[in-house]
Design a protein around this ligand. Sequence first.
Ligand SMILES: Cc1cc2nc3c(=O)[nH]c(=O)nc-3n(C[C@H](O)[C@H](O)[C@H](O)COP(=O)(O)O)c2cc1C
Length: 207
Amino acid sequence: MIHYTSSDIHQMDKIFRLNLINSCTGFKSANLLGTKSIDGMPNVAVFSSVTHLGSNPPLIGFILRPTTVPRDTFKNIKETGVFTVNHIHSEIIADAHHTSAKYPTEISEFSQTSLDEEYLDNFYAPFVKDAKIRLGCRFLNQYEIKENDTLLLVSEIEHVYIADHDIQQADGWLKLQNAATVTINGLDGYAKTTLLERFNYARPRNK
Ligand SMILES: Cc1cc2nc3c(=O)[nH]c(=O)nc-3n(C[C@H](O)[C@H](O)[C@H](O)COP(=O)(O)O)c2cc1C
């Protein structure tokens, strides 16, 4: 068995630690966040920290890395109040990953990949055209995580778009496998998923 202690982790080679700590908490969600600056420059970037916060109101959160370097996604969200969340599916993983490259603000990642913008129902932020599950979200609040200078951004889901009827079941649940939604392993691994089982609401067993 491999065992790392706190002191091992602190002394680790930077890249080795980054890979270990990014993958040791399990699979993460795989999304492209679409934004557009107030003067019209679109932006798209991969994020693995988008998570459910609550369903009523429908809230999501994601973690933003320290703003010590320019963060176009954050700047655009603060300027316009809106962004889109687009599930990454198996056909677009290479382009999706490439959106993490540090392009200057005046270059849109849409222009450097085969990902296309799509505008729906007058929502200001661009959706990713090919994505099968897409959300239009409005920024509500940000919370500083002092321990590592990151921010938790809390937002409300205003629009949900589902490309095909076979993705959603009669009770509302989305079968992500049918949308080919992938999951992220660490910082650079993308994996397919297969549903094993769906269970009834768990209740204590009668003894
Ligand atoms: C797999 C993967 C997941 C990422 N997840 C996040 C994340 O959750 N939060 C974040 O701030 N950056 C994350 N990034 C980094 C952003 O994609 C990267 O900083 C990107 O350049 C941001 O683009 P922007 O400056 O246009 O906002 C991730 C990168 C990769 C490759």
